[in-house]
Ligand binder design. Structure first.
Ligand SMILES: [Zn+2]
Length: 80
């Protein structure tokens, strides 16, 4: 009982959405805001319900290296 309670408490801390950047590479094009370089980031996203992993997927995001804005692209909208 004691161990189970501790596990539940530990699990509760990780409830929610987690995102981790697993890769980054230079992308073609330039930032529409400042003209800086653009990188594409492979992001591993997972949604955790207490200690159960309920969702995991990889998606690609684009960001500007100069102003750090996230750049919205057509594929990004589809993937989200
Ligand atoms: Zn920029």
């Amino acid at each position: 009982m004691g161990a189970a309670t501790r596990a539940a408490r530990a699990g509760a801390k990780v409830c929610g959405k987690e995102e981790k950047v697993v890769g980054m590479q230079k992308a073609s094009g330039s930032c529409p805001y400042c003209g800086g370089g653009v990188v594409s980031m492979d992001v591993e996203a997972k949604w955790v319900l207490c200690f159960l992993l309920i969702y995991l997927k990889n998606k690609r995001r684009f960001a500007c290296t100069a102003c750090a804005r996230c750049l919205i692209t057509y594929p990004a909208i589809v993937q989200d």
